[in-house]
Design a protein around this ligand. Structure first.
Ligand code: SF4
Length: 360
């Protein structure tokens, strides 16, 4: 999944000049497979404006990469994932897939697009019909999309079982007869049945034991290599996201606050929220004597998406907040391949020194 680190150039650019960087780099070829622009998703509910789950997210996903999307529970990342695959309608903004604007496509027009754009759910058990066998579950998208006759569907289902590491002898078993990891393999087989180009995986390993997580993550990596898949990998665990992502987008309260190449982000997070999240990831002592990260403990809960703070959404919890942060919302600025939404971004590598404001 990982392409290796790109050098980060620190020259500031305007938003317009950096349009290509939003895609992940001015030299990115080929163009993005998916582009989200100003995506907003609000749900009706209490309060005048309802729940503002996603609040103006723009991002692009390159063909063949894994973009990790990470943030605390309730930050809007799963809602964003559903917007990207049009499982939910957007309140505002656009989503383009393979150059086609799919934002307002009708259910019928969306159907051929669905072949190329699939979602893997967090809870495979909830997404499987308990009264249908695993073979039936994997065959369903093939039947819906007219893959062919029963023999053709059966052959494809058997191939998919092989691909995801399930025994063909388990085709007639029911979901409750499988372990959690096996059920997620069924979910993955369903998702790749129609040979999609992009898979949005929403917390696909968070319900699994740690030992099983590694096996499923390896399966994602193998399938990407074998089938040339592009992933959006959503998770709350930065430790997991690090190992699967080429680039990482960090979300807070419905907004993207930082995007960077995975290694660059881990080596030197620029946003105080990223810094705090990273400081909570356990480090392995490699014996090099390198300084350990100092734990940054965030106080307070994530504010309600019904009643967002003024200015920077992170200011009530940010150890580096200053007066300006309470009134002025920071834009997502671009510098090289990195994007950061902070008036006072950190500049020093994590664990080596403090940020420019010297408070973290
Ligand atoms: Fe913290 Fe201010 Fe940056 Fe927001 S803009 S992350 S409050 S320093």
């Amino acid at each position: 999944m990982r392409n290796g680190e790109r050098p980060v150039n620190t020259t500031d650019k305007t938003d317009k000049a950096c349009a290509a960087d939003v895609a992940g780099g001015a030299d990115a070829t080929p163009g993005p497979l998916l582009r989200a622009t100003g995506v907003v998703k609000h749900f009706r509910g209490r309060g005048r404006r309802g729940v503002q789950a996603v609040n103006g997210v723009s991002l692009e996903v390159r063909t063949g990469e894994t973009l990790g999307v990470v943030g605390e529970s309730g930050c809007g990342k799963s809602t964003l994932g559903r917007c990207l695959v049009r499982l939910t309608d957007l309140t505002a903004g656009t989503v383009e897939f393979d150059g086609q604007d799919i934002t307002t496509l009708s259910r019928r027009s969306l159907r051929p697009v669905r072949r190329g754009l699939q979602l893997v759910f967090q809870d495979p058990y909830a997404s499987l019909n308990p009264r249908r066998t695993a073979g039936d579950a994997v065959a369903e998208p093939l039947r819906i999309h007219g893959h062919g006759g029963a023999a053709s569907v059966g052959k494809r289902v058997a191939e998919l079982f092989d691909l995801v590491g399930l025994a063909r002898t388990h085709l007639d078993r029911y979901p409750h007869e499988f372990s959690g990891g096996q059920r997620q393999r069924i979910g993955i087989a369903r998702a790749i049945a129609l040979s999609p180009r992009l898979v949005v995986a929403d917390e696909p390993v968070s319900a699994l034991d740690v030992s099983v997580q590694a096996q499923v993550l390896n399966l994602f990596a193998d399938l990407q290599e074998e089938l040339g898949l592009t992933y959006v990998f959503i998770a709350h665990d930065l430790g997991v996201v690090r190992h699967v992502s080429d680039r990482i987008a960090v979300m807070y309260l419905g907004e993207i606050v930082e995007v960077a190449e995975a290694e660059a982000l881990y080596a030197a997070p620029a946003h105080p929220y990223t810094h705090a999240l990273l400081s909570a990831v356990p480090e392995i002592d490699d014996g090099s004597g390198a300084p350990r990260r100092e734990r940054v403990v965030l106080t307070g809960d994530v504010p309600s998406p019904i009643d967002r703070p003024t200015g920077c959404s992170f200011h009530p919890r940010c150890p580096a907040a200053q007066a300006r942060c309470r009134t002025e919302r920071p834009p997502l600025n671009h510098a090289g391949g990195r994007q950061v939404a902070c008036h006072f971004p950190l500049t020093s590598p994590i664990g080596v020194g403090a940020g420019q404001h010297g408070r973290l």
